[in-house]
Design a protein around this ligand. Structure first.
Ligand SMILES: [Zn+2]
Length: 149
């Protein structure tokens, strides 16, 4: 398959490499990833929610807590990216963006890359069991990525 060179990237180059920008409310999540632990918002009423909010969407309680959960789930949906949306990602294509559903966390869904040996041609099937991988990045943060279990 030939990928056309579309010229200018979608994002201006002044932005540099895209990186997570913790907002404060998601700080426990990012601190957990840096420690290679998956920590998600989990209210005392038993509700898991993502993205994090100041209020539980079920009981309306303020400041829902956080809990560690096993980074495992199944592939809900995915897409293979061929065109880099940013110059810093040019060497990364092709890559697969996965949406992973986590039954152990109330069925919430997280987004990450699906790591595969031959990402350009690999057969990918929704419903596949996947496991989280903590990928340390320059700058002291980590990304949650996924691989077949
Ligand atoms: Zn709640």
């Amino acid at each position: 398959m030939t990928i056309p060179d579309l010229g200018a990237d979608a994002l201006p180059q002044v932005f540099g490499r895209p990186v997570p920008l913790p907002s404060g409310i998601d700080r426990p999540f990012h601190e957990g990833l840096a420690a290679h632990r998956l920590v998600l918002q989990h209210c005392t009423c038993g509700t898991w929610q993502w993205p994090p909010e100041v209020v539980c969407h079920r009981c309306r309680g303020f400041d829902p807590g956080w809990a560690e959960v096993e980074p495992a789930g199944f592939l809900y949906t995915w897409t293979r990216v061929w065109h880099p949306a940013h110059e810093a990602l040019r060497a990364a294509v092709p890559y697969v963006v996965a949406v992973v559903e986590m039954p152990a966390a109330g069925g919430i869904r997280l987004v990450g890359n699906l790591l595969l040996p031959d990402v350009a041609t690999a057969d990918i099937t929704t419903g596949t069991a996947v496991r989280g991988v903590f990928a340390d990045q320059p700058g002291g943060y980590a990304l949650l990525q996924w691989q077949p279990a």
